[in-house]
Design a protein around this ligand. Structure first.
Ligand code: GLV
Ligand code: MN
Length: 223
């Protein structure tokens, strides 16, 4: 007859590992969903961490499809690039699922300027053209490579990154994020076009340049 014996107590270091180290192994962005879906009610008057769900009887198949990335964005701007977002704000079916995508179009020489996604890691695949993709680590090391169609990149969450079309024709990249709303901080806008503006004496010290350099840059961004 089988006898039931008390299980041995796990050693202290094992408990420490489980409590302290395992959470560090998680590279999660958005939290896991608690139901099959939660199509965003973008008009709800309450705002939680994400959007409240549409009542299930009102959910339609169309809530799970989005055609907003079909067309090239308007690339006739100073950067020669355009980001078309496919996030929860335009595709409510993504709500609570922790993913989204962008389409980025480039003119020859166009740049997607240095920016950060505070809530997501980004991965992307070049669909057309030749693209220099780079990101900087927190130790200020630049990792970059020129990619051609079919090649992929990854940008770890929160790191400053950019892309530049180094080919002769237009370029197109499709990017994916582990967040329904990755957020974007474009450094040039954040530093030189905030509302209200960052005082010039902060920026002159930070960049070690004269005030006229700072006001010159600010004027380019309309402030
Ligand atoms: C590219 O870096 C993007 O954020 O879409
Ligand atoms: Mn990005």
């Amino acid at each position: 007859m089988a006898t039931i014996t008390a299980l041995p107590r796990p050693p202290f270091f094992m408990i420490l590992f489980l409590i302290v180290l395992l959470p560090l192994a998680c590279r999660c962005a958005d939290p896991d969903p608690l139901q099959d879906f939660c199509v965003a009610n973008l008009n709800a008057s309450i705002f939680v961490n994400g959007f409240p769900c549409k009542p299930v009887p009102e959910v339609k198949s169309d809530d799970f499809f989005f055609n907003g990335l079909r067309k090239e964005g308007n690339i006739t701007n100073v950067f020669g690039s355009n980001v078309t977002a496919g996030n929860v704000l335009v595709f409510p079916g993504l709500n609570a699922l922790g993913i989204s995508m962008n389409r980025v179009d480039f003119t020859p020489g166009g740049v997607n300027p240095p920016h950060i996604h505070p809530r997501a890691t980004e991965t992307g695949v070049v669909i057309k053209g030749r693209l220099l993709v780079g990101f900087m680590t927190t130790s200020n090391v630049l990792h970059s490579k020129v990619l051609k169609a079919g090649e992929m990149f990854v940008i770890p969450r929160g790191l400053v990154h950019f892309q530049r079309n180094v080919g002769k024709g237009k370029a197109l990249v499709i990017a994916a994020f582990n967040s329904q709303l990755p957020g974007i901080v474009v450094l040039s806008f954040t530093l030189f076009a905030s509302t209200p503006p960052i005082p010039n004496d902060v920026l002159t010290k930070a960049f070690q340049v004269d005030e006229k350099v700072i006001s010159g840059i600010k004027s380019k961004f309309g402030s």
